[in-house]
Design a protein around this ligand. Structure first.
Ligand SMILES: Cc1cc2nc3c(=O)[nH]c(=O)nc-3n(C[C@H](O)[C@H](O)[C@H](O)COP(=O)(O)O)c2cc1C
Length: 222
């Protein structure tokens, strides 16, 4: 197959891909609240109650000092006046966040044709929130997080197995143990955009931008 044939067949494959369902929720921007967290919670509730798969999965994008961008999927852990996620501060993302706390969070609820894009700064939450998050995890996940550094290459497997066994013992012995690097991060939003697909392809977009203590609301062209 020549590269152009292969290109055409991939294009064909992609054109066949299913897009949005026909029964998507309506987004009445006139009825939208004055601040984005209330609307986010409304959409999150609709996603959970509507059976969206993994509605708490979101993309966290970070950048280092040189502007190199990295993105990965994480779980949204809580929402108050900020958006919370948890990870190791010793991981690549944790090291990037130390240098540059500016982040983008993106949620996509495909079954409802909805996307939410959040910009803001990530900061460490209180230690007790990190400990609570860690101790709520499955014991096996805890043992792995204690034994090895997230995203390090797997080299000395024998050594890692020994550390994992020791970590499992520690978790069994002390149910309240959390390693120092496990961190609950809170992202204080500066901008939140809500995007709703429609069957007519005239997607509806509403962005909130923080202005001091208040929020400016603007409709955007799709
Ligand atoms: C659905 C899903 C949920 C995930 N949730 C988390 C999470 O809550 N915390 C976390 O540290 N990694 C989570 N991961 C793994 C991350 O995507 C990533 O592989 C890991 O955090 C290492 O990222 P880094 O090398 O950029 O630091 C999740 C992955 C998937 C696919």
């Amino acid at each position: 197959m020549s590269p152009s044939d292969s290109d055409r067949s991939v294009r064909h494959l992609l054109r066949q891909a299913k897009v949005f369902p026909v029964d998507m929720p309506l987004f009445d921007t006139d009825a939208a609240p004055d601040e984005p967290i209330a609307l986010f919670l409304e959409w999150l509730t609709a996603a959970v109650e509507g059976g969206v798969a993994q509605p708490h999965a979101m993309t966290l994008s970070t950048a280092d000092r040189a502007g190199e961008v990295t993105a990965r999927t994480l779980l949204l852990k809580d929402v108050d006046d900020a958006f919370w996620f948890a990870s190791s501060s010793a991981s690549p993302k944790g090291r990037q966040l130390r240098i540059n706390p500016r982040v983008a969070l993106t949620l996509f609820w495909r079954e409802q044709g909805r996307q939410v894009r959040i910009l803001g700064e990530a900061g460490h939450g209180p230690r007790d929130v990190s400990v609570r998050d860690f101790t709520a995890r499955h014991p096996d996940s805890r043992a792995v997080a204690i034994a090895v550094r997230q995203s390090d290459p797997v080299d000395d497997a024998q050594d890692a197995r020994a550390r994992l066994a020791a970590a499992k013992e520690l978790v069994e012995r002390d149910d309240s143990f959390a390693p120092d690097d496990w961190t609950a991060y809170r992202v204080a939003p500066t901008s939140v955009e809500f995007w709703q697909a429609t069957t007519g392809r005239d997607q509806v977009r509403l962005r909130y931008d923080r202005q001091g203590a208040a929020w400016a609301k603007n409709l955007l062209w799709p």
